[in-house]
Design a protein around this ligand. Structure first.
Ligand code: SAH
Ligand code: F3S
Length: 483
């Protein structure tokens, strides 16, 4: 599992690639799998599931070296054009590896695979398998099919492309997630039905489908038994969760949160991402009632201008967002709030941009993510006239990022003298007497303590601000283990 470095990875810029970390061996007789993951936390989650799946079915072990691998998988992202471009340049590098080792198997999954389908193999004929976010559980069968036709002449081979959206069967075929450390992600739903005018997700990952309630609860209870203390519920639009219960009724997202909070061992709850429209009073009450819910919320708003929001088809106004945050801060005054912003949406004027800048200052956001609008083929916004010069968009982005950065520096500085609840995650690599944990707002907190405390929660008084993402503190109280 990649270490969280600041804000939830779900909103991490798609330019960051991650290699799914090996668990690991150097034995040459063992078959090795290398996975490159682009994009969001959903993709990271999926990559871990692919590794578990091929480990269980075919005995593959992860490697962090593509030169060493028997299979290379690329889990792709198409949220912005730049991410999509990376796919073919990355595949170009892998082609050379295949020239040296013709037995090497190359697979492409994720959102670019979903969008491009068999075009991937037209442009890159050395790709053996193409699968989508909802068909990754069929990888073992695809691999068998591939192996079965390796010796056949080219014209007899069938193309291995499966980018369909078979409801939500994938979870029925995935093995139990392996646990590393005290934090785990649990996918509760797939896809998105919001159809924001700029976004490819509903087309690449399909419409919203929720996992049944019992599956989610059983997975979390299993993780808690294995020592997990912090759960991040994952989905593109988690507050749209409508999971079927055993009795055939529908469980909403706030109801789910209440049930998860009752599972012994779960001391902290996060989720990402949610949509302002379905940020209900019921959900706000969860922040009042459930101490496990972190005082940190990533609630993307995209723009501070009503005109732009309307053109984006976000279906709410700025006032709706402001009111919801005000209600939330009433029950949780220490709430850290972050967002995503798209700058330079078609038709965004200087005035619209000024509104966004002012909005960011007024709402007192912690760190947020901001991107220049990227035209995505097939989305409604791609047909909108767009006369703003690229340089103007870049200048606006730089201004926004300056304000956002200052805001997160201020938020870290404001931690001085405060008491933070910290999940103790490990002993420092540099000093065996120092422990490292994370605060609700995802900052790393270090303090002097005992190695046996790892995995527990503690109240820490912050005594020094080291960097934007690192603070020092002193132990005030060590909570008993929540299990
Ligand atoms: N489910 C989330 C968004 C997922 S996509 C939500 O509720 O908003 C992650 C982020 O990528 C979005 O919040 C948006 O800021 C950005 N994004 C999506 N499409 C984009 C595009 N065409 N151009 C630039 N940024 C985009
Ligand atoms: Fe995309 Fe909007 Fe859904 S940003 S993921 S269509 S909420």
């Amino acid at each position: 599992m990649t270490v969280q470095t600041f804000i939830p990875n779900a909103v991490k810029a798609a330019s960051e690639n991650t290699v799914t970390q090996p668990t690991h061996t150097t034995d040459v007789s063992i078959k090795k799998l290398y996975i490159e993951t682009q994009g969001c936390q959903m993709n990271e989650y999926d990559s871990h599931r692919m590794a578990d799946l091929l480990g269980d079915s075919h005995g593959y072990v992860l490697t962090d070296n593509p030169n060493d691998a028997d299979i290379l998988l690329m889990n792709t992202c198409s949220i912005r054009e730049k991410a999509q471009e990376k796919v073919f340049s990355g595949l170009g590098r892998w082609r050379k590896l295949k020239e040296q080792n013709p037995d090497l198997v190359i697979g492409v999954g994720g959102c670019v695979a979903s969008q491009e389908g068999d075009n991937i193999q037209k442009r890159a004929p050395y790709v053996d398998m193409v699968f989508g976010p909802q068909t990754l559980h069929r990888l073992p069968q695809m691999l068998d099919q591939h192996q079965a036709q390796v010796e056949k002449p080219k014209k007899e081979k069938i193309k291995l492309v499966d980018i369909s959206f078979p409801d939500i069967e994938k979870f029925d075929f995935l093995p139990e997630p392996r646990v590393e450390g005290f934090k785990a992600f649990v996918s509760i739903m797939e896809g998105c039905s919001k159809y924001c005018s700029f976004c490819v997700v509903p087309y690449t990952r399909g419409e919203e489908v929720s996992r049944p309630l019992d599956d989610v609860l059983a997975e979390i209870a299993g993780l808690a038994e294995k020592g997990v203390r912090e759960i991040s519920l994952l989905g593109q639009n988690v507050n749209g969760y409508r999971g079927e219960t055993f009795e055939g009724e529908i469980c909403t997202f706030p109801e789910l949160l209440r049930l998860v909070a009752e599972i012994p061992g779960i001391g902290r709850l996060r989720y990402t991402t949610s949509h302002p429209l379905e940020f209900s009073d019921d959900l706000i009450q969860c922040y009042r009632d459930l101490p496990q819910m972190v005082s940190h919320l990533h609630l993307p708003v995209q723009s501070g201008s009503n005109d732009v929001l309307q053109a984006m088809k976000r279906n709410h106004t700025i006032d709706v967002y402001i009111d919801k945050i005000a209600k939330l801060r009433k029950v949780r005054p220490d709430m850290h709030l972050s967002s995503d912003f798209i700058i330079g949406f078609p038709g965004e004027t200087d005035e619209h941009f000024a509104e966004t800048l002012q909005f960011i200052k007024d709402l007192d956001f912690d760190h947020s993510y901001s991107f220049v609008y990227s035209k995505r083929p097939g989305t409604p916004a791609s047909d909108l006239p767009d006369s703003t010069p690229e340089q103007v968009k870049k200048d606006r982005l730089a201004q926004v990022q300056q304000v956002i950065k200052q805001s997160s520096i201020d938020k870290t500085d404001a931690m001085l003298g405060k008491i933070e609840r910290v999940l103790i995650e490990k002993v420092s690599d540099k000093d065996p007497n120092v422990l490292v944990g994370t605060a609700d707002n995802t900052r790393l907190v270090t303090f002097i303590g005992d190695a046996t405390w790892v995995g527990r929660f503690a109240e820490i008084e912050i005594t020094e601000i080291k960097t934007l993402n690192l603070v020092y503190g002193e132990l005030l109280n060590l909570e008993p283990d929540v299990a």
